[in-house]
Design a protein around this ligand. Structure first.
Ligand code: CP3
Length: 370
């Protein structure tokens, strides 16, 4: 265990013992529901904003190991969350696949797009992308996180799934502002090219997720954030098969590592429209967005499937505290008889007051089901 003051963590201040996060994420009922928050490391915390002066760009904060380690630990130290997620991004492995990217402080992403067969040929695939050397800083941070949190929390790694990553590669930026216009054009005019991109991504991302487990990640969350804008038939053609390939690749090498899947609510995914399909991807746990009622979904899903979520991040931001408590306990009670990992239904809002986040974590950790 590292003893440098910079990295030492005040674990004594965190009173609870480890909860069986991995069991809960694998679908088993546990004594106390574990809790973490999507996007917990980041702008809503003052200690994070203070680090921006020292590490001005997102790429520095996520790729310089001491910065990424420090930021990953901030929510653990402040709130005692049961899950500590690597501070990184779904785009982080792209340079090792031959594609550079930039992220502005406003969150604008820019990437040289892949729009032709010649562009695809330059994009690294099997035999060219080596996950074991792609992002050494990620491996270093995951290993150190395990040392720092010991048995007080579970370390999560994560990856973006092929469709969501392909949307950035094809658009050259976020697709959310144009209705994913370039991806739509490619689906219609050159679906083979899109499948070529998705296929290389599936191989690379499967390997990269396994690398994260090898380096210390105990749970992997896979994000297909933007697949919910696809109509069902298109979703089944361009998103789902590649989700399955990544999950299968993880399970082939790491059969006991729990895998959690999340998709943002969008026109075709909100109100639980794709939950049946998400449940068949081979994951252990489906992360629910804030548009569904937890108890309704629990009643419809197979018992062995764990659920994660799903407090509305806007309620966490706006309060009041008694409403946060009421909604959180309602979800906890509905989840208590199967595997459940408490979380938000989307990333934490950047303007969430830190005492609200602390209150939420305390509420979950103090709750015992009836
Ligand atoms: O929000 C989701 O749907 C989750 C999946 C996702 C991540 N990154 C995971 C993540 C997506 C879609 C992205 C792309 C991305 N990366 C965006 C969205 C751009 C768009 O299309 O509109 C942005 C702004 C980034 C850059 C980025 N990533 C920043 C500025 C940060 C810092 C955290 C913050 O305050 O927002 C991240 C971190 C990040 N992205 C994490 C994850 C899982 C870090 C770990 C965590 O705390 O959860």
């Amino acid at each position: 265990m590292s003893t440098s003051p910079r990295h030492r963590c005040d674990v004594a201040a965190i009173e609870h013992e480890t909860v069986p996060f991995t069991q809960a994420a694998r679908g088993e009922k546990v004594e106390r529901t574990p809790v973490w928050m999507m996007r917990q490391a980041g702008r809503h915390m003052k200690v994070y904003r203070d680090l921006v002066a020292k590490y001005p760009t997102f790429r520095e904060r996520s790729e310089i190991p001491e910065a990424a380690l420090e930021i990953s630990l901030q929510p653990f130290r402040a709130y005692g969350v049961d899950g500590v997620i690597l501070f990184s991004d779904i785009l982080t492995p792209l340079p090792a696949m031959g594609v550079e990217f930039q992220i502005s402080e406003g969150g604008a992403i820019s990437i040289p797009p892949i729009r032709t067969e010649a562009d695809l040929a330059k994009f690294k695939g099997k035999g060219e992308f080596d996950a074991t050397t792609a992002c050494p800083f990620v491996g270093e941070v995951l290993g150190k996180l395990r040392e720092e949190v010991g048995n007080k929390a579970t370390v999560l790694g994560f990856v973006g799934l092929p469709f969501t990553l392909a949307s950035y590669l094809v658009e050259g930026k976020t697709g959310t502002t144009s209705g994913f216009a370039e991806v739509k054009k490619m689906r219609e005019e050159n679906p083979e090219l899109l499948h070529g991109i998705l296929s290389k991504l599936a191989d690379n991302i499967g390997d990269y997720a396994c690398y994260q487990v090898d380096q210390g990640a105990q749970v992997i969350q896979v994000f297909d954030s933007w697949a919910g804008h696809l109509p069902k038939d298109q979703y089944e053609t361009f998103a789902m098969p590649y989700q399955k390939r990544v999950v299968e690749a993880i399970k082939a090498k790491h059969p006991t590592t729990p895998v959690i899947i999340y998709m943002a609510p969008d026109i075709h995914s909100k109100d639980g429209q794709f939950l049946d399909l998400l449940a068949t991807t081979g994951v252990n746990c489906v992360s629910l967005d804030y548009t569904v009622d937890f108890a309704d979904v629990r009643a419809k899903m197979p018992d062995h499937l764990a659920l994660q979520g799903n407090l509305d991040p806007k309620l966490l931001r706006d309060g009041p505290l008694d409403k946060i408590k009421e909604e959180t306990e309602k979800i906890l009670q509905a989840g208590a008889h199967n595997g459940h990992v408490m979380n938000l239904g989307h990333g934490i809002e950047a303007d969430t007051p830190e005492p609200h986040a602390k209150f939420f974590v305390d509420t979950v950790q103090g709750f015992r089901a009836k």
